[in-house]
Design a protein around this ligand. Structure first.
Ligand SMILES: [Zn+2]
Length: 453
């Protein structure tokens, strides 16, 4: 039985898909005006774990992700860089996809750019206006009226009364003064001169869609409504997902998605990441320090997705060491056809219990340290890696491809280094090189690479 914590019911529920073995999954994608930071990447890594666990359970998944390639931030960036908007957004979309690849995150089946779905968004705004859930201001913006929807805020568990209290004294935003309620949100933004050439024609005038409407339109277009699982970072519960639910349910009179899954924040040195606090990192900041992207993935798996994780360079070093150790262990294993049934059952129970990756990793290590033959361990570990995504099979294959004579030299060199006989270590390094391999020392050990030049 696969169980997940559903933010909508605030309970752990048994997962029951709409169609018996097929799952529609929508995860909110990036706004492509900058590189993804490691906090964003946590949500994408756990979106990947969720997808891999579904796959492990035999479901066929249709995964859709949006790319927000038009909004205030992307437009601002294109103006700052004096480049056309698509040039800026395509650049950061590429960089995002590279990050996914480096982190061994499986690509979505459908990656949808918001600007390619504007007509669907215009349609939905029309429906909401026709049904009386939306209104247009004299400036030309179209807003969703939260007063019209009795259960607005149910995902975030906030009432309209609370919203009113919290918003007191905040009605001074000049751009939004003609909204009927401070929490009414834009479905369509009228074109203003600062947007320059970025606009689309619509029955409500020139302009561009609001952010929330994108996901409502793109998810239901490719997955139907309702679909099974909508996931994203915990910061999206309010207002983004709350507003997606509001507009989709108002327009179509049925739920948008059955399960809402949210991934907790990543802290850096115990604090929220902020550019001003100089604790704001992207994946390249990690790899520049010689850490493997998968060490970051490993680190995240050690904490449950519904707990905050604290990123420190020390914890990343520990993760890199653990991963190296795991790779070293598996390198010695021989292939086999039979795994360790008992561990495989425990692993399945862990991941099916609301994606308990810390427990799953503990089972990995229990197995590695167990008395089972290496061949059986390898068989199970390769299976587990369908979920963990640590490239266990590739690493094992690479290790097996290294001739024994070279492996012997590497071991001798390690011993020389441990006894601080650096002259001998250097001599051995040259020998390894003449055998076609490069040995690189890093902060966290060494790496052996095939020499191609
Ligand atoms: Zn979204």
């Amino acid at each position: 039985m696969f169980k997940l914590y559903n933010s909508l019911s605030r309970k752990i529920e048994e997962f029951k898909p709409i169609k018996s073995k097929k799952v529609g999954l929508y995860t909110c994608g990036p706004t492509v005006y900058d590189y993804a930071h490691i906090g964003n990447l946590r949500a994408y890594i756990f979106g990947d774990i969720l997808k891999r666990v579904l796959d492990y359970n035999g479901y066929k998944i249709q995964h859709v992700m949006n790319i927000t390639d038009v909004d205030d931030k992307t437009i601002k960036k294109s103006q700052e860089e004096k480049k056309p908007l698509p040039q800026v957004t395509e650049f950061f979309t590429e960089k995002f996809l590279e990050d996914l690849k480096d982190l061994n995150i499986l690509p979505p089946d459908k990656l949808v750019r918001a600007t390619s779905e504007i007509s669907g968004m215009i349609e939905m705004v029309k429906v909401l206006l026709d049904k009386g859930f939306a209104y247009q201001t004299k400036e030309g913006d179209v807003y969703f009226s939260i007063a019209k929807l009795p259960d607005y805020g149910k995902l975030a568990n906030i009432s309209k009364q609370e919203l009113k209290t919290n918003a007191e004294g905040r009605l001074s935003d000049a751009d939004e003064y003609d909204k009927e309620n401070i929490h009414d949100f834009a479905l369509w933004r009228a074109h203003d001169s600062s947007d320059k050439d970025v606009f689309w024609e619509s029955p409500f005038g020139k302009g561009r869609p609001g952010w929330h409407i994108e996901c409502s339109v793109m998810s239901s277009k490719y997955l139907g409504q309702p679909f099974d699982i909508h996931a994203g970072g915990v910061d999206l519960i309010f207002p983004h997902h709350t507003n997606e639910i509001a507009q989709s349910e108002a327009a179509n009179g049925k739920p948008l998605a059955n399960y809402w899954i949210h991934f907790e924040h990543l802290l850096v040195d115990g604090k929220k990441m902020a550019k001003s606090a100089k604790n704001f990192f992207k994946l390249a900041d990690i790899t520049d320090k010689e850490f493997a992207p998968l060490a970051f993935r490993y680190l995240l798996l050690t904490t449950h997705y519904r707990s905050k994780v604290n990123f420190t360079w020390e914890s990343l070093t520990a993760a890199q060491n653990a991963l190296n150790n795991l790779y070293e262990q598996i390198s010695a294993f021989e292939p086999a056809a039979v795994g360790c049934a008992e561990y495989e059952q425990n692993f399945l129970d862990a991941i099916n219990d609301d994606l308990d990756t810390p427990k799953a990793l503990a089972i990995v290590w229990d197995l590695v340290r167990s008395d089972y033959p290496g061949s059986a361990k390898l068989q199970s570990l390769i299976k587990f890696d369908q979920v963990l995504g640590l490239r266990i099979k590739e690493v094992w294959e690479e290790a097996k491809a290294i001739p024994e004579s070279v492996q012997k030299l590497v071991k001798q060199r390690e011993t020389a280094r441990e006894t601080k006989d650096f002259a001998k270590a250097d001599e051995l390094r040259k020998k390894i090189e003449s055998n076609g391999y490069l040995v690189e020392d890093t902060e966290t050990g060494f790496r052996l690479k095939k020499k191609y030049t």
